[in-house]
Design a protein around this ligand. Structure first.
Ligand code: HEC
Length: 201
């Protein structure tokens, strides 16, 4: 029996006791108490009848990257990481988006080699030097893309390669990240991500 149902039964019993007191006892004090019990019991029954809006933390899914068999499996894990633990979707869109503040990653797996993507993720400053968007001398331009392999996002090597596999897959590219290579990275292969709705990417 659910917790709510149990409380409802207790509430009903309490109301029943109150009604019993009113019906069968004469003492004024007890009758007042009986009335109070009925009111309180009814209130709790109403409160328990209101549907519960529990906000539970998202379910955590665990993947064991060491159990993947195909590049597609790897890309599947990469997709989940992209939309949750990796936080990529906070900044990047896949396809044009008005709210996106950062480069659109649509087709990125076809534009950039896996090595270049790896470097973009782990050393964002590598190819970003100067900001030319104003007059005078171009200023140094600090990368806003976070280091994905460091805190707070801190993806493992295996997770990073899964994300790269996903970026290739969603760009319609053959996935060049090799499952054997990813499995060869000795790490704890288990990855936990909060499960999210399917973004259909
Ligand atoms: C805080 C916002 C932010 C987050 C989170 C973020 N990025 Fe970025 N990313 C950027 C910005 C901004 C750039 C453009 C270069 C720069 O300014 O650093 C960029 C550049 C890139 C590039 C290079 C694009 C190109 O055309 O050269 C790739 C690939 C990329 N991000 C992938 C990812 C992935 C994958 C994740 C998640 C693991 C991620 N990003 C998370 C902001 C972010």
């Amino acid at each position: 029996m659910s917790e709510v149902a149990l409380l409802q039964i207790i509430g009903l019993v309490v109301v029943g006791i109150g009604i019993g007191i009113l019906l069968f006892l004469q003492s004024k004090f007890l009758r007042v108490m009986g009335f109070v019990i009925i009111v309180l019991g009814t209130f709790s029954l109403i409160a328990l009848g209101v549907p519960q809006m529990a906000s539970l933390p998202p379910a955590i899914e665990t993947f064991d990257i060491t159990k993947v068999n195909t590049p597609d499996d790897l890309a599947g894990i990469g997709q989940k990481i992209f939309f949750s633990k990796g936080q990529c979707a906070l900044c990047h869109s896949i396809g044009p988006s008005e709210s996106a503040r950062c480069p659109d990653l649509k087709g990125i797996g076809a534009k950039l080699s896996p090595e270049f993507i790896y470097e973009s993720l782990t050393d964002p400053q590598a190819y970003i030097y100067l900001d030319f968007r104003h007059e005078d001398v171009p200023k140094e331009y600090p990368a806003r893309m976070p280091h994905i392999n460091k805190n707070p996002i801190a993806l493992s090597e295996q997770e990073i390669y899964s994300v790269i596999a996903f970026l290739q897959k969603m760009s319609g590219e053959p996935i060049s990240v090799k499952v054997e290579d990813v499995l060869g990275i000795s790490e704890n292969g288990s990855t936990e991500v909060a499960s999210v709705a399917d973004h259909g990417a």
